[in-house]
Design a protein around this ligand. Structure first.
Ligand code: ZN
Length: 410
């Protein structure tokens, strides 16, 4: 122990203090430019700038730089670019790709006396498919408005004088919930094991959590139907058909995630998805893994794309997104009460097959990474499972309560 401490002081401290890697702390749009902010002085001589064609892209490789946070540079949208992507391209290289489809004079510069920032001007012309970008921005705006409204409503409830008896309120909401059907889908089953790591199978984990969620929802007065309650295989379309037959208000599919061995120690956390096509490479990878069961079957790529496109109607995406936000937030709140360091992977969209054809707000919860040693251990404990189930139930409850109010107002 002493020796270890000595090693830490003598060797590691200088490494930490004089670590040569620069962190990229911010990447944001400002007055028609992409503004980068580093944690310390960073010489522009370390930046390799070049262009690629078909489609036209301005590429910046920032050597000896790491992203301070995985979320940096997410959600950068402007009508002047098809996309702006910021990624950890290599261990110590951050890559920025600005896709415009059309050549423009891009003279990036380091502002005077500002050694820790770097500005990349964006084109002035508007790119052709602004429609999609505009639609995306519209959805983002509506989500932001929804979050604001929810916060207002929550604070209104908390600030209300405590005259009404809590018990009465609860039994009232229980009576309202009694009419609503929730369909829970435990992912995989039978020969389709889902992810396997350390001898543990995704199909078993998600069934355990699904059963806990069923109890949590029934406690709140909901009617619940499960796509499976035993270890059996179901085709993906069968799962949403059950939701249709039961006239479900909400469809929630439960899965667990996993990554290849070399990433096992790093990737962990909870993520909630709703159905939407996406360019996000990570979401696409996860969707590809979860979609395997259906992609093995018949049908050509084109027809699948047509189905996906046909279900991407506005309101349903917005509702699914709202549901996903509520569920993700409640899961994290519950887990963080007892477990430190559980990563919030946030709400994402991905083309999941199990959500296609669902004609109601539908989400897919990836409850954690069974490939991560610590997270796997936690995921298979009753307490952790119960917190997840409670979080999902609270999220659904919250979403439906808000939905009822919206309809009342309309
Ligand atoms: Zn799965």
């Amino acid at each position: 122990m002493k020796l270890f401490r000595l090693f830490f002081v003598v060797f590691l401290t200088p490494v930490l203090l004089f670590s040569s890697v620069t962190l990229l702390e911010k990447a944001q749009l400002q007055k028609g430019e992409l503004h980068l902010l580093f944690n310390k002085a960073y010489s522009k001589s370390h930046i390799k700038h070049f262009t690629l064609n078909n489609p036209y892209r301005e590429v910046f490789d920032l050597k000896n730089v790491r992203l301070a946070d995985r979320k940096i540079g997410h959600m950068l949208h402007t009508a002047h670019c098809r996309s702006i992507r910021v990624s950890q391209y290599q261990r110590n290289t951050v890559r920025i790709v600005i896709e415009t489809g059309k050549r423009y004079m891009c003279t990036a510069y380091q502002p005077l006396f500002s050694y820790n920032s770097y500005n990349i001007p964006l084109p002035k012309f508007t790119v052709t498919h602004t429609k999609r970008v505009a639609k995306h921005q519209d959805i983002q705006k509506r989500i932001a408005r929804y979050i604001k409204d929810t916060k207002k409503k929550v604070s209104a409830v908390y600030n209300r004088p405590a005259k009404t008896h809590k018990k009465n309120r609860r039994s009232f909401s229980k009576a309202v919930n009694a009419h609503e059907m929730i369909v829970i889908d435990a992912g995989h089953g039978g020969h389709d094991t889902g992810a396997i790591t350390g001898g543990k199978k995704e199909k078993d984990l998600v069934l355990q959590i699904a059963k806990r969620l069923e109890r949590q929802l029934k406690k709140r007065g909901y009617r619940v139907s499960m796509t499976r309650r035993t270890d059996r295989f179901l085709k993906l379309p069968q799962r949403t058909q059950i939701a249709d037959r039961k006239g479900a208000k909400v469809f929630v599919s439960i899965h667990a995630n996993s990554v290849p061995k070399r990433k096992r120690r790093y990737v962990q956390g909870v993520e909630t998805f709703f159905l939407q096509t996406t360019r996000d490479a990570k979401s696409q990878r996860i969707a590809a893994r979860e979609n395997k069961a259906v992609l093995k079957g018949a049908g050509n790529r084109l027809s699948k794309k047509v189905i996906i496109d046909s279900v991407l109607t506005g309101p349903k995406i917005v509702q699914s997104n709202k549901l996903a936000i509520d569920v993700q937030r409640r899961i994290m709140t519950n887990l963080h009460m007892y477990y430190r360091g559980v990563k919030d992977g946030g709400v994402r969209h991905a083309p999941f097959w199990v959500l296609v054809g669902a004609s109601r707000p539908s989400i897919l919860v990836e409850v954690g990474y069974i490939s991560h040693p610590r997270e796997r251990k936690r995921l298979f404990t009753p307490k952790y499972q119960e917190l997840i189930a409670k979080g999902i139930a609270e999220g659904i409850d919250n979403y439906l309560n808000n939905r009822r109010k919206e309809i009342d107002i309309d």
